[in-house]
Design a binder for this molecule. Structure first.
Ligand code: FES
Length: 337
């Protein structure tokens, strides 16, 4: 027996098959909801179930990480036990023409740090990628699986794609296919994906917070800010365990020159004992809390591991008065295997 799932304050409704998640049922019906990992970890699919009941025991780790409010559900895990009315954070009818699968050619592979590879892809002649600053693509692997990576280039720089890939031991792409790639090889990618992109209809000050390779979409956003001559005050926090995790100093130097309204804070949680790191130490949420007594007038864009996103959300929204709908996040989930 299937259940009817209705989207709040709309005429849109679709059927959910037994055992099927709300997200899968929506996608099957041509409705796009925000999502990334589909494992209950990143929290990107969180939303409210206003009417009806769910099969119990299907919540994921995003709740423990603090990415969800207590009254939100993960729609990639939520399975209906009755007809439902749901209120996702966003939804849209899938426009089949908006998302494209492209065959990109490997142009350059750079080892930016012992763990991070910067992969530069070129699109076929005359083909341009269409995306918003901060969005991601899916690498389509030969075995049918997919791996999400944010574009690190800005939308205007659209004849190529730059990906920052952290090596995950045992990961099918980062530890499997990637080390075998060479210049000229083809890689299938599908884009754009995601609702982590810069909202430009605002002049509020921005906090951009990146953990490790969460820097990639933040780089896209900052390159876009330079290009569009956006003058909103921007504070960039980039954190890692060691200085090597802050693997791309060149763009930061470029932005410091191009954006007089940029403040940059590099934060390391495990500084080397030889004293070579003289910068800030500790964790990103603590740094944000120390610097900002009140974030009620800001927008925050945060990208990194789920635990970091949960802690930042707690710091910014609960402790510093940031309205929850101005905390934009993209939680990177480990893709080992
Ligand atoms: S897509 Fe549901 S938690 Fe990641």
């Amino acid at each position: 027996m299937s259940f009817r799932i209705r989207l709040h304050e709309s005429e849109v409704a679709f059927e959910g098959d037994p055992g099927e998640s709300v997200l899968d049922a929506a996608l099957r019906a041509g409705i796009e909801l925000p999502y990334s990992c589909r494992k209950g970890v990143c929290g990107n699919c969180r939303g409210h179930v206003l009417e009806g009941s769910l099969v119990p025991g299907t919540e994921g780790g995003a709740r423990e990480a603090g990415i969800c409010d207590a009254n939100e559900h993960l729609l990639c895990r939520a399975r209906p036990a009755s007809d439902l009315t749901v209120r996702p954070r966003h939804w849209q009818q899938i426009d089949p023409a908006a998302r494209k699968t492209l065959q990109a050619k490997v142009f350059k592979i750079t080892q930016a740090s012992p763990d991070v590879t910067v992969l530069q892809l070129r699109l076929p002649a005359g083909v341009r990628a269409k995306f918003k600053a901060g969005q991601y693509l899916q690498v389509l692997l030969p075995d049918g699986t997919r791996r999400p990576y944010s574009m690190a280039n800005a939308p205007h720089d659209n004849d190529n794609l730059q990906l920052h890939v952290r090596r995950e031991p045992g990961g099918r792409f980062s530890d499997g296919l990637l080390p075998t790639l060479k210049t000229g090889d083809l890689l299938a990618v599908e884009l754009p994906h995601g609702d982590f992109w810069l909202r430009e209809d605002s002049d509020r000050p921005l906090l951009l917070v990146a953990g490790g390779t969460g820097f990639a979409p933040v780089k896209s956003i900052l390159d876009h800010i330079v290009r569009q001559r956006i003058t909103r005050p921007v504070t960039l926090y980039w954190g890692g365990r060691t200085p090597a995790d802050l693997y791309a100093p060149q763009p930061v130097e470029k932005w410091r020159t191009a954006l007089p309204h940029l403040r940059y804070e590099a934060v390391i949680s495990r500084p080397p004992e030889d004293g070579t790191w003289t910068g800030r130490t500790g964790r990103l949420p603590a740094a944000v809390l120390a610097d900002w007594p009140d974030l009620s007038g800001h927008e925050v864009y945060a990208c990194g591991a789920p635990a970091l996103i949960g802690a930042l959300r707690e710091a910014c929204v609960t402790q510093r008065g940031l309205p929850a709908d101005r905390f934009f996040s993209d939680a990177f989930v480990s893709q080992a295997g």
